[in-house]
Design a protein around this ligand. Structure first.
Ligand code: PMP
Length: 359
């Protein structure tokens, strides 16, 4: 592909070349059907095969146990900020705030019931993940909610808290399928697809069957988990193309060796950046060492002018979208599954050159 850049955007973000090529090849004429996938009825045999294949691949790759359901829902992760409490918050829920999105999730939930903030890392500018001892979890919460990877701040849970019989709910929008996890540790996992598993338009929801209970009567049909199950995620027209792309991304993951290989690659890629950051003093990393994200690497130079110069010079070299989020400023390299190691190597080389020239 000519002029292809290394896109370090936080999401929507890179797709593997292999995935884009397959989408391209099948674009006008999907499997000799004479039509594009986006022209197909969601009830047609051809499309239902795509849909079932995506679900089966996700179940296989994540080793999702049989007592869980997989939903493809509308509205990205943000819709789940509301859907989770509308379906599951009967009395009280515990929320752990480690960044912007967990705060938004808690704010949304507080419209529907009592929200107990068990930790808020704002004093340390969300630069770390709390230890279990720092969490004052309730004994009678309907669930505990956390955000697995904080896209903006570049921190990630390494070991999830043990919540006993209280269901743990995780927003995995920015680290789903980046490393091995045990699905059975969670009551519910949700993720917007546009970072690690496809394009914008859907959220994947993985829910333990016993948590599919009667939703609050004011819940819109489209956000009701029991109705979603009853209609197999097709209560209305699903985001057909986004589900098709998800299937292609999952196929690519299986072809490269599954989640174990993806995790190995991610550790290697992030390691290059963090080892470099630890070897010098020109850049300061934002996240504390034991809380560092494999997906979003955040750091800054001595001042905002140099940060801006860094971003503009990298863009000229085809290393794009490295500007940090406005809440943290500085620089953020989002290195999701589809970012090749060559992109990270090129970035580290440039960082070193830039430090020598501007240090
Ligand atoms: N949670 C996390 C961790 C995110 O990174 C994002 C998006 N950047 C969201 C939630 C919101 O996702 P969406 O845009 O799919 O609603």
């Amino acid at each position: 592909m000519k002029n292809r850049v290394y896109n370090f955007a936080a999401g929507p973000s890179m797709l593997a070349d292999k995935v884009l090529n397959e989408l391209h090849e099948e674009f006008f004429n999907y499997h000799d059907s004479g039509m594009a996938v986006m022209e197909m009825s969601h009830r047609s045999k051809g499309y239902l095969e795509i849909f079932e294949d995506a679900k089966a691949r996700l179940k296989r790759i994540m080793e999702i146990p049989d007592d869980y359901e997989i939903f493809f829902m509308h509205g990205g992760a943000t819709a789940q900020f509301a859907a989770v409490p509308m379906n599951l918050l009967k009395k009280k829920a515990d929320y752990i705030i480690t960044g912007n999105f967990s705060r938004k999730a808690a704010q949304e939930a507080s419209k529907y019931g009592e929200v107990n903030i068990v930790y808020d890392g704002k004093e340390n500018d969300y630069s770390r993940i709390p230890s279990s001892e720092e969490l004052s979890l309730s004994e009678d919460a309907d669930y505990v909610h956390l955000c697995s990877n904080n896209t903006i701040y570049g921190t990630e849970w390494k070991k999830y808290p043990d919540t006993g019989t209280i269901p743990l709910i995780a927003d995995m929008s920015s680290d789903i399928l980046s490393r091995r996890i045990d699905v059975s540790d969670f009551g519910l996992i949700y993720a917007g697809a546009q970072k690690n598993i496809g394009i914008a338009g859907i959220a994947v929801v993985i829910i333990r069957k016993d948590l599919i209970i009667e939703a609050d009567p004011m819940t819109p049909q489209i956000m009701d988990y029991a109705l979603t199950l009853k209609n197999d995620s097709m209560l209305n027209t699903p985001s057909t193309y986004a589900i098709y792309v998800l299937g292609k991304v999952l196929k690519w993951i299986e072809e490269v060796g599954g989640i174990k290989e993806i995790e190995r690659r991610n550790i290697e890629k992030a390691g290059l950046l963090y080892d470099y950051l630890d070897s010098q003093s020109f850049y300061q990393p934002h996240a504390e060492k034991d809380s560092r994200s494999l997906m979003n690497v955040t750091f800054r130079t001595a001042n905002e002018e140099l940060d801006a110069k860094f971003v503009s010079e990298t863009a000229k070299l085809g290393l794009c979208n490295l500007k940090g989020h406005r809440l943290v400023k500085g620089i953020r390299a989002s290195i999701y599954n589809a970012m090749p190691i060559e992109g990270v190597k090129k970035l580290v080389e440039f960082m070193d050159e830039f430090a020598r020239e501007n240090g």
